[in-house]
Design a protein around this ligand. Structure first.
Ligand SMILES: O=C(O)CC[C@@H](O)C(=O)O
Ligand SMILES: [Zn+2]
Length: 466
């Protein structure tokens, strides 16, 4: 769908000729994220370089009647940043500056296009730490992280992106600029609109600036990978360690994940024995007593039969390689056209939930390779079904959608979430009601109406308007 010539000219007038792109290559690049299910079809890509320019684009969208899709590092997995219907993509690639460090508050002001790793490195230079971390940290942008309330591998200790946002500057769907929470720790003055924008996937407006909180840098991190005979043992190991140590990560993955990652990356297996599941845990060894405590817990787990074999990273390289066994899974399985699930329940419900999911998966996908992994210490499972080589993509996705109904009924039975950390976007939109009640969705629609009465902000994401 092409934009009217006058609208295109108006966009050029706002951001400048070189910051509007309509060539096929750019439309294909900025029109998608990492979900490969949709064909990109934006009408233009604009690259504003100031808040005023973002505001002018949003105001123009309201006047001229085009829709906007916000675009960050495009690493999303739910099609939240996909423009498949003639939208104008607003890229934050040129709003990528760290503008201020406020030492007393351990806070840093950033523009929305700052890349996660850029912030992590900046924090490190200041002797501090930005704890939200995941495999795509080298490309994902903070604006996108905020839009999806991104989680990752350190949530068990540090929480989601939401926990680190002190303040936001946003352009609402109406084109107003709002400063939300003004970066304070304490501010009890009614509704905290900042939190509405976190996880809103750009459906209420555009986050243009944020003030992020930093933490003290972790000290002497130790990584262990433990092989377990079955899934319940993973949860027993979690309980034992968590009762006695402050974990900074607790992840799990299956033997199939290890086989695929080691075959493609050349990194070694964690140890010789192959076990059905592996737990990766990390903790700060702040004293020798803590390291001894970890060994004591490990031995107890072996005695109980919950752990068959294990390894503690002895060098930085070994620790990195242990982490790669977990962090490389998503990228390594990408060529196998995986069908992705990002589901969660309360930790107490995980064992029964997983048992139910396992029953569904083994009866419904007897011939498919199923990759189990995830942030199990947060109750979050990434269940990826791999497409058999000989199967057509369309048939494969049709089969997965059929099985989805049972998977999501199970999520609902356990009061869980159809999207733990990847957002709803378009891929999970049809399943939102398994987690949010119809009445609740009516409230969401009413909120959207307040901030974006003309429906210009990322339409068709999370829920449809009617
Ligand atoms: O690809 C996936 O399913 C998960 C991606 C990411 O959230 C991860 O934890 O590696
Ligand atoms: Zn994840």
């Amino acid at each position: 769908m092409a934009l009217a010539a006058a609208t295109l000219q108006a966009l050029v007038n706002i951001v400048g000729e070189s910051r509007v792109r309509v060539d096929e290559q750019s439309l294909a690049t900025w029109g998608v994220d990492w979900t490969k299910m949709y064909t990109p079809a934006p009408s233009a890509i604009v690259f504003p370089s100031s808040i005023e320019q973002v505001q002018a684009v949003v105001r123009l969208a309201n006047e001229a009647g085009f829709a906007i899709v916000p675009s960050g590092g495009r690493t999303g997995l739910s099609a939240g940043a996909v423009a498949a219907n003639g939208e104008v993509v607003v890229s934050f690639d040129y709003l990528n500056k760290i503008t201020e460090f406020i030492a007393e508050d351990r806070a840093v002001r950033i523009q929305a296009g700052v890349v996660t790793e850029q912030l992590q490195n900046f924090a490190e230079e200041k002797g501090l730490y930005y704890p939200v971390d995941f495999a795509s940290a080298g490309s994902s942008q903070l604006g996108g992280n905020i839009g999806t309330n991104a989680g990752g591998i350190k949530v068990i200790k540090y929480g989601m992106t939401r926990n680190w946002v002190l303040g936001l500057k946003v352009v609402t769907g109406k084109g107003d600029i709002l400063e939300l929470n003004k970066d304070m720790i304490k501010n009890a003055t009614g509704y905290d609109l900042r939190h509405l924008f976190i996880g809103a996937e750009g459906t209420l407006g555009l986050v243009v600036e944020a003030t992020m909180k930093l933490d003290r840098a972790p000290r002497n991190l130790q990584v262990m990978v433990l092989g377990t005979p079955d899934f319940p043992s993973v949860m027993n190991v979690l309980r034992e360690f968590q009762a006695r140590l402050d974990l900074t990560a607790f992840e799990f993955f299956s033997e199939l994940s290890v086989q695929i990652v080691t075959a493609h990356s050349g990194i070694p297996r964690p140890f010789e024995s192959a076990t059905p599941f592996y737990a990766l845990l990390e903790f700060e060894a702040l004293s020798e007593a803590m390291s001894d405590e970890a060994m004591t817990i490990f031995e107890h787990c072996v005695e109980q039969g919950w752990v068959v074999d294990g390894v503690l990273g002895q060098s930085e390289t070994q620790a990195k390689n242990l982490w790669r066994l977990r962090e490389d899974i998503s990228e390594t399985i990408a060529p196998f056209t995986p069908y992705k699930n990002d589901i969660s329940v309360m930790i107490a419900r995980v064992p029964a939930f997983i048992a139910d999911i396992d029953t569904i998966v083994s009866s419904q996908y007897p011939d498919f390779r199923v990759v189990w992994f995830g942030h199990i210490g947060d109750g979050n499972l990434h269940l990826n079904i791999l497409k058999p080589d000989a199967m057509e993509k369309a048939d494969f996705f049709a089969k997965c959608k059929e099985v989805n109904v049972q998977v999501f009924e199970t999520v609902q039975k356990y009061n869980g979430s159809v999207s733990a950390e990847h957002g709803v976007g378009m891929t999970k939109k049809a399943y939102l009601t398994y987690t949010r009640s119809p009445v609740e969705i009516e409230y969401l629609r009413a909120i959207k109406q307040v901030f974006d009465p003309n429906g210009v902000m990322n339409p068709g994401k999370i829920f449809d308007l009617a």
